[in-house]
Design a protein around this ligand. Sequence first.
Ligand SMILES: NC(=O)c1ccc[n+]([C@@H]2O[C@H](COP(=O)([O-])OP(=O)(O)OC[C@H]3O[C@@H](n4cnc5c(N)ncnc54)[C@H](O)[C@@H]3O)[C@@H](O)[C@H]2O)c1
Ligand SMILES: [Zn+2]
Length: 429
Amino acid sequence: MENLDRLRSRIDQIDREMAELFRSRMEVVGQIGAYKAAHCLPIADPLREAEMATRELGGTGGEINGLYGIFQRDVMELSKQYQAMLRRPENALGLDLACGSCDVVMERGCLCRADELMDLRRRVLIVTDEGVPVQYVQAIADRCAAPRILTLADSERCKTLQTISSLLEAMLDHGLTRQDCVVAVGGGAVCDLAGFAASIYERGIDHYNVPTTLLAQLDASVGGKTGVNFGGVKNAVGTFSQPCRVLIDPQVLETLPDRQMASGLAEALKVGVTLDPELFALFEQGEPLRSLDEIIRRAVAQKARVVSADERESGLRRVMNFGHTIGHAIESTHPELLHGECVALGMLPMCGESVRHRLAPIYEKLQLPTCCAVDTEQAAERIAHDKKRVGAEILVVEAPEIGQYVIRPMSLDDLKQRINCIAEGGVTP
Ligand SMILES: NC(=O)c1ccc[n+]([C@@H]2O[C@H](COP(=O)([O-])OP(=O)(O)OC[C@H]3O[C@@H](n4cnc5c(N)ncnc54)[C@H](O)[C@@H]3O)[C@@H](O)[C@H]2O)c1
Ligand SMILES: [Zn+2]
């Protein structure tokens, strides 16, 4: 026992020395980061990383050398994260995640500073769709050294593997290498597609999101989920891949139709109901469109907090699916409805009585639907394929009170009853 204590105190001493060495190393990393920033060099340097990854301890056995390789990679990852943190503008909201760091810059007019906020001195594939006003795309393209623009016809209908294939072809054709990047300029569908393609091209290259719908600004562009619809199931195939940075310019929402605005506000309302009573108050007490910037900021801050705590959705992040189990089922059978409208419908049967009562005037104010002629059997069939299924039950999120949530498994029969309520207008308070 005495021996163990002695060994442990030696470990403590070594850890103290390593902490000191770590501090010195990070100081130098910071100086390297400042040099790279001043000379517009990217943080990642694959050649240097490859060289460092082959370093060996020397002398000792194979196992320790193997572990040292892992240690070396982790230290390099932390060094890149630290350099990204140092480059983060003062007003940026940071997400520091296991697989790297990402931040969100929200600033009116920031599109005109795109070249200061993104590393565009390389080959860039800009992905957008026909509905995105061309001036936003041009604002980015004008600030790129070597841009290529790929404009999709209708991004939601294009959320397929075929489109991913055409994006990958465009990337190859434009000669993109691991040092180049993809920039999504558009709504959630464009961000999901561009992020997915970038995350698998050459096993993953840099991508940025420049969301231009409210829904994409306060939800879809943040958090690193990418993907496409498959086999009739929403977002059935995709990856977790963090964008290097998200640029939110609320000014671009001036061209967004009212219905799209309401759809985005529904996602912010979802956050208010489950996590943030002050955000909910902005909807209940005021005119949401007058507090738009504050609503975006609060919704993004909550999402960043949740994603930082649970990037891969094994716990807390599930709260973001509030309204989505039934919402996605409606969305895949009712293409005429917008994503946020489906989420709004999906939230109603998952709320406590008093919450539903308080939501009614807000839905009216935002002109969000409260019922829909949904085919319950068909919707249940879609839910059976839900990614959140655990055995025969589906993990759902309920909101008993404002600012509260419960995540629990629910049977398909119970869910069917709740869908029936939407079909019959039975949840309208
Ligand atoms: N990855 C995630 O975490 C996540 C989260 C939520 C939603 N999503 C996905 O996001 C998608 C919905 O996103 P959305 O609501 O942004 O829809 P969307 O991407 O289909 O865009 C809606 C429409 O608005 C147009 N548009 C975009 N910006 C505009 C502007 N500034 N002015 C005028 N028109 C503009 C687009 O061309 C499009 O026609 C869904 O596919 C959903 O699955 C993903
Ligand atoms: Zn959503």
